[in-house]
Design a protein around this ligand. Sequence first.
Ligand SMILES: [Fe+2]
Length: 302
Amino acid sequence: MKTTVRGVRSVDIEMSQPERAAEFYGKIWNLTEVERKGGAIWFRGTGAHHHILAIHPARGAAALRRLTFDAASRDVVQALHRKVAASGCTTEAPHEIDAPGGGYGFGFADVEGRNLAVICDVRDHKDTADAPDRPRKIAHVNLNAAQLEKSNAFLVDVLGFRKVDHSGPLHFLHCDNTDHSSMVMGAARTPTLNHVSFEMPDLESCMRGGGRMRDAGYPIEWGPGRHGSGNNVFCYFAGPEEFPIEYTGEVLQIDESYEFHGPDYWKWPPGRLDQWGITPPHTARWKRIQDMVLFTPGEYRL
Ligand SMILES: [Fe+2]
């Protein structure tokens, strides 16, 4: 049994105008609403996960309430819970979850107080065909850590990630799936969200998504381009309430044979920011919003 998570299943966010945000994530970002309850709205992608995004009413500014990792079985959930508890993090016992999609799992506050959760046995969807211009799933989440080494060590030693690349300021962490990385970690003064990345089925969908966002008044803040580490196509945007989001596609698929490379390997010629050499630098707005959204304090219980 691999005592490792299988990737980011879903992201819970808080918006001061949840209805407006829901309109955006349904009609422009191209997710599909699956449930509404108590002022919160749940959305799926075209992939199997019951939902990949939940929007909750915010008590203050826009916030990241929780990241939920997928686990393969109850045995894995219980083994991961033992490791989380042994690490000294605040957690709750694994239990049946009374929320849309159900499942079995636990929440906890990690080494920097982030609300994370691990769940399995969710009532997932059987219709999983790709659709043009519609996101499949969360590709990865990029977090900023105040204690980067400690946060990376937690992801590796406790949740079972493997560091597969280190490029510039970013550390890329792979888990029990074939995607190059499901978590990306960088440094900042406080633990914040850098961005949430949604996986599109192909490059064409990233480009058309970029156009659809521009038409709707959400210009591309960085991209389009193709990253070095991970080889994925990217377009970054400021979503409602300046929430930092990415369309990505063609993520490199890897297995255990993938070899780590460090910053000396991942270097661009002067003035170049991506493989194609076509993206301009990110905007000042992107620079600001990629270190702005905080986790909701204390919301670790599922
Ligand atoms: Fe990204």
